[in-house]
Design a protein around this ligand. Sequence first.
Ligand code: DGT
Length: 149
Amino acid sequence: MTLAEKSFILKSMEKKRRQYWIPVVTGLIQRADEVLLGLRPQGHNLAGFWEFPGGKMEPKETPQEALKRELHEELGITADIGPVCLTATHDYGDTGILLLFFKVSYWQGEPKTVHHTELKWTRVDDLHKETLPEANKKSLPQLLKILKS
Ligand code: DGT
């Protein structure tokens, strides 16, 4: 092995050590032809972007448990979480997120603004007009299919 090859491998290993994945669970909370979006609050990354409510999984949780907890913490609702309906990845440079989307059609309680700056119901057909994180924008065609099915 040449010195250049060795240095390339060492650099790749170093890079690998620095990068890690964060699993994120999100809920497609639907009411007729509308879906719920939350405005990410100041002080969080992607502040000012409209997201599907959810958040990072904790190691002890299944994805469904994590989303149930997040929706309870963020919106004050008790939701029935179905099977995962879409997965997506996004590269943020030093970290990558693995997004797991779940359809949420049944819940108890009225969503309240606990965590977000604002909540709004958006028509599925108007989703493309919203300021969504790039991680969601690139999955929009698949998301629309799911939301309309
Ligand atoms: P914390 O405790 O401030 O880390 O907050 P968590 O656990 O509620 O997680 P959060 O929402 O800050 O992290 C989710 C990450 O995924 C964040 O970097 C934004 C990114 N993301 C991209 N698209 C979405 C989305 O549709 N929903 C959510 N919740 N996060 C998204």
